[in-house]
Ligand binder design. Structure first.
Ligand SMILES: [Zn+2]
Length: 269
């Protein structure tokens, strides 16, 4: 045995033969494995992201069925605004938004089987310590009902009475494009100053899920600097759910998604 063979990996086969590898052979194997990993991992990640989208679209579809049953049993009326983040799911752990409704008391609990239906698999929360590691864990639900509770006073909302909340089922003007439910990701959130700035989080397909982007750069990068597209599944009033790419509409006018027909997605009729 030479000096080069001092570093050996030995394994014994059932037959009793001893198989030995030199350091160079081991190096070759490790190189091949790392090349294969470099090629396969991005493909596996893409497949995982696609699976997340499919699951999320399915979640919203089931929520849409449950919401339809709720509306039918409540004088054709959509849920009230205080249920906007809590239509179903689990007991949340975040106390910053005040006492959260228990999972069993949430309006869609009797209509949508399984609390996981309210869990977006790409949900990684929002950064800054608020709602980490996930909105689902913090509030008990990854999705929000279409409301504009923090924006209407700025005159952005076309309807100052919280959009769909407590509206009759016949009220939405374009049901195939009017958003009913959306996740926290890829959707404008709180107005954080008197000038009407918004922030947006990326979840699906994001290299840094949970990263917040702002319309003006104060703490976080700007929306224009976001590296990936703002992609998210959405449920529409007509009951269909689909993946939407909001990148163009968010980067051109952050408020457009908050208006009735500014979704940039859905099927116009
Ligand atoms: Zn999702």
């Amino acid at each position: 045995m030479t000096f080069m063979r001092m570093i050996l990996v030995k394994s014994f086969l059932r037959t009793g033969f001893c198989v030995a590898f030199t350091f160079v052979e081991l190096l070759v194997v490790m190189t091949i494995i790392s090349i294969l990993a470099a090629v396969l991992l991005p493909a596996l990640n893409k497949a995982k992201q696609r699976a997340y989208i499919v699951e999320c679209v399915s979640n919203l579809h089931q929520i849409g069925i449950g919401l339809k049953m709720y509306v039918d049993e409540n004088q054709d009326t959509f849920p009230p605004v205080d249920a906007r983040c809590f239509l179903g799911g689990i007991d949340g752990t975040n106390s910053l938004m005040g006492p959260l409704p228990a999972a069993t008391n949430r309006l869609l609990a009797p209509y949508v089987p399984g609390s996981e239906t309210f869990h977006c698999p790409a949900d990684r929360g929002t950064d800054g310590g608020f709602l980490r590691p996930s909105v689902f864990g913090g509030l008990g639900c990854s999705y929000q009902f279409s409301t504009l509770p923090w924006h209407s006073y700025l005159g952005i909302a076309e309807d100052v009475d919280h959009n769909l909340c407590l509206k009759k089922e016949s009220w939405p003007p374009d049901p195939a494009r009017f958003i009913t439910m959306h996740e926290w990701g890829a959707y404008p959130q709180a107005v954080w100053d008197l000038f009407g700035g918004v922030n947006v989080v990326q979840w699906h397909n994001a290299s840094h899920p949970g990263q917040v982007y702002e319309s003006r750069s104060w703490i976080h990068p700007t929306i224009q600097e976001a590296p990936e597209k703002f992609v998210a599944p959405v449920l529409f009033v007509d009951g269909h759910s689909q993946q939407c790419d909001f990148t163009t509409v968010i980067k051109s006018n952050q408020f457009a998604l908050l208006t009735r027909r500014g979704t940039g997605c859905g099927t116009s009729r």
